[in-house]
Design a protein around this ligand. Sequence first.
Ligand SMILES: Nc1ncnc2c1ncn2[C@@H]1O[C@H](COP(=O)(O)OP(=O)(O)OP(=O)(O)O)[C@@H](O)[C@H]1O
Ligand SMILES: [Mg+2]
Length: 259
Amino acid sequence: MAPNLLDVSNIDLAFGGIKALTSVSLGVPAGKVTAVIGPNGAGKTTLFNVISGFYKAQRGTVTFAGQDLLAQPAHTRSRAGISRTFQNIALFPGMTVAENIKLGAHAHLDTGVFAAALYLGPAAREERAMDRKIDQTVIPLLGLEDSRDRSVSGLPYGLQKRIELARALVTEPKLLMLDEPFAGMNTTEKAKMSGQIRTLVAETDVTVLLIDHDMESIMTMSDQIVVLNFGKVIAAGTPAQVQANPAVIEAYLGAEDAA
Ligand SMILES: Nc1ncnc2c1ncn2[C@@H]1O[C@H](COP(=O)(O)OP(=O)(O)OP(=O)(O)O)[C@@H](O)[C@H]1O
Ligand SMILES: [Mg+2]
């Protein structure tokens, strides 16, 4: 077993009377792809928000690379190794692909991309080094060469999702958290995105934690799956184990009945 890069332990978080997370624990092994699945409102995004410091848990611990994250404010260096994308696309439409990616270098988890847009930028030399890294590493890695200088507005949805992924990679995170990377994509786009995520994990030392509803993509690309339902972990294991778990089948059938 690979050691865990991230350990979430006994997290409770309620919004007023709504228990969004109840005693949630999970381990994220280094260098693997872990998926969090579950019906709408299960608490998946809330869990991401606790890990990245947007929400404060009422109980429990989050240990990242051996450090207790909840004991420190979100902006401290310990979270510097964590990068994420959001459930809804958060690109700047008037800017080019390369400019949007570049913003990733300034986008801190606690302030987000909007505050990053106000950032005046690093010294010229650092800026050139970063431009080189973006052009030589990040853009080729995600196959964005042809759209580099195009404005992001009007680009196909799947391409916009890849630009967000590129932006999250600029800081060379240890942990990459993706909230619904396949949402709204067609079959071709999904296959391309899941292939690129697997390539990233194979060729760099990044660890991926992702949320999605697309079962086919999740089942084929994940090493481990954690299932949330009504704020609780109801199952965890390999795709085959989770798929065969009666509690998981029931949670999904129940969700279908209600829909
Ligand atoms: N800031 C908030 N204030 C109040 N309630 C919230 C807040 N954020 C989340 N919730 C509630 O917490 C519960 C879990 O929401 P969450 O967004 O984590 O679900 P999810 O699993 O990501 O769902 P989806 O698949 O639809 O994205 C829901 O009942 C939601 O309404
Ligand atoms: Mg969500």
